[in-house]
Design a protein around this ligand. Structure first.
Ligand SMILES: [Mn+2]
Length: 424
C-alpha cells in the first residue's frame, strides 16, 4: 500500500488555518521574527524512524498484536514511506541488525530511494541471542570471556559493512552489559574490556562515519550497567577518538534528571552524537514523545537551538531519531503524534528571545528570564508546523488523513491480522 500526493492534497487545512497563521505572523513580527524563516527551519528539520518502530511493542508481561504489521524490511520501508509522505518529517530509516539484514541490497536501496528515504545510523544488537556461537547472557563487549568479546566486536564490524553498502554514516551502540548482583562482575575490568572492544570497532569505521554511544542507567541489568550515564559514555568516547560521541535517549535517565543540562554540557564539548526521542513517567517507558513532559522537551530544544546558534556544536552534526515502543497504540499513529510533538517543541524553542534572555541572566532578572521562556512555550505554534508541512507537500492533518484513508484497515486486509513485525 502507498499514499499518493493527490490523496494527501485532497484534504484541506481547517477553516481557521490561514487566519491563525496571519495573527501569529503579526504577533511574531512585532518580536522581530520572520514567519517565513521559521517555517523554512521547521520544514527542514527531519527525524529518522527506526525499522523496529512499525510493529507493536510489548512488555515482559506480553505483547498485543495490532494487525497488518510489516512482515519484512520491504514492508517496513513501505510503512515509513507512507508516514514520510504524510508528515514530510522523515528522511531516513535506521536499521537494526540482525533483525533487518537486507537480502537484496540493490533492491532495498532502490525501494528506499523511491520513497525518498536514506539510511541513518545502523544499530548493532548484542543484547540477545539469535543463534550465534557464544551467548550474550553475561554481556558482550564487556564480557569476562575473550571469545564472547571477539564475537561481539565481529558482529559490530559486520553491521558497519552492511551499513556501508546502504550508504549509512554511523553506528549506534547500546550495550545491555552489566550485572544483576553485587560481586557478579568487576566494575573496572568490565569497563576496560568494553573500552578495548569499542576501540577495535572504532578502528573499523570508515573515516566519514561516527560512533554514537548510548547510555542507560539500568535495565535489563538491575545492579550495574557498564555505561550507565552520559559521563561514562563521554569518558569512553574521549578514548576512542573525535568521531565517537554521546547518544542521548530521553528515557535513559533516572527520574528527574536534568536532561537539558546534559545536552548543554555535551554540546559545549562538541560531544553530542544525537537523540533518541520518547517520553516517560518512571523509567525507560518508551511512550510517545511529548505526551508526558512537553515542557522538558521544549527546554531541551532551547539548549539544542542555543548551543547551535552559539556555535558550541553545529546543528547538522546531530542525529535525530524516534525510539519508542508502541504497546497500545497503532505505531503509525503514535509516530505521527511524536513527529508533531517534536516539531512543535522545536518551533517554540525558535521563538525564545535569546538576546533578552542573556540580558536577564546578566542582570539577575530571574522572573524576566522565566517570562521569556514561558512566552515562547505558551505560544500556540501548531499553525506554523502545519504550514511547514503543507509547503513541503505533506498533509495538513496527517492523523486525519491516515484515519480517513483507513490505512491500518487496508494493511490488515493486505497482510493479515496475525502479521508480526520481524525482529520483535
Ligand atoms: Mn535508544
Amino acid at each position: 500500500m502507498n499514499i499518493t500526493n493527490s490523496q494527501i492534497q485532497a484534504f484541506e487545512p481547517d477553516e481557521f488555518h490561514e487566519r491563525s497563521l496571519a495573527i501569529l505572523s503579526e504577533k511574531l513580527e512585532k518580536l522581530g521574527l520572520d514567519i517565513n524563516v521559521l517555517i523554512s527551519k521547521i520544514a527542514a528539520f527531519q527525524i529518522a524512524v527506526p525499522s523496529w518502530a512499525l510493529g507493536a511493542g510489548g512488555t515482559r508481561f506480553g505483547r498485543f498484536s495490532i494487525g497488518g504489521e510489516p512482515r519484512n524490511l520491504e514492508e517496513k520501508l513501505e510503512d515509513i514511506g507512507m508516514l514520510a509522505a504524510l508528515t514530510k518529517k522523515i528522511a531516513a530509516v535506521s536499521l537494526h541488525i540482525p533483525w533487518d539484514i537486507p537480502s537484496d541490497y540493490a533492491g532495498i536501496k532502490a525501494k528506499a530511494d523511491s520513497l525518498g528515504l536514506s539510511f541513518d545510523a545502523m544499530n548493532s544488537n548484542t543484547f540477545q541471542d539469535y543463534g550465534q556461537k557464544e551467548s550474550y547472557k553475561m554481556g558482550s563487549l564487556g564480557n569476562a570471556s575473550k571469545s564472547v568479546r571477539d564475537q561481539a566486536v565481529a558482529h559490530n564490524v559486520d553491521v558497519i559493512r552492511i551499513g556501508e553498502k546502504l550508504g549509512s554514516k554511523g553506528l549506534t551502540v547500546w550495550l545491555a552489559d552489566g550485572s544483576n548482583f553485587p560481586g557478579q562482575a568487576s566494575f573496572r575490568n568490565s569497563l576496560q574490556w568494553t573500552i578495548d572492544s569499542l576501540k577495535e570497532i572504532y578502528q573499523e569505521m570508515p573515516s566519514d562515519w561516527k560512533l554514537l554511544l548510548e547510555y542507560k542507567p539500568y535495565e535489563p541489568n538491575f545492579y550495574h550497567t557498564i555505561i550507565p550515564d552520559w559521563g561514562t559514555s563521554s569518558l569512553i568516547c574521549r578514548q576512542l577518538g573525535d568521531r565517537a560521541k554521546v547518544l542521548v535517549d530521553l528515557g535513559h535517565h533516572l527520574p528527574n534528571t536534568n536532561i537539558e543540562q546534559i545536552v548543554a554540557t555535551l554540546m559545549y564539548q562538541n560531544q553530542l552524537a544525537g537523540f533518541h526521542f520518547n517520553d516517560s513517567k518512571y523509567g525507560d517507558d518508551d511512550l510517545t514523545t511529548g505526551s508526558i513532559k512537553p515542557y522538558q522537551l521544549f527546554l531541551i530544544f532551547c539548549e539544542l537551538v542555543g548551543g547551535a546558534s552559539d556555535s558550541a556544536q553545529s546543528w547538522d552534526s546531530i542525529s535525530w531519531m524516534i525510539d519508542a515502543s508502541h504497546n497500545v497504540k497503532d505505531p503509525m499513529e503514535d509516530l505521527i503524534q511524536a513527529l508533531e510533538a517534536i516539531a512543535i517543541s522545536f518551533a517554540k524553542s525558535l521563538l525564545v528571545d535569546r538576546v533578552r534572555l542573556a540580558e536577564c541572566q546578566k542582570s539577575g532578572d530571574v522572573s524576566g528570564a522565566q517570562e521569556i521562556l514561558q512566552a515562547a512555550f505558551q505560544t500556540d505554534v501548531r499553525c506554523l508546523v502545519t504550514e511547514a508541512r503543507i509547503q513541503n507537500g505533506g498533509a495538513a492533518g496527517p492523523l486525519q488523513v491516515y484515519r480517513s484513508l483507513k490505512v491500518r484497515e487496508n494493511l490488515i486486509k493486505e497482510r493479515g491480522m496475525v502479521a508480526k513485525a520481524s525482529g520483535l
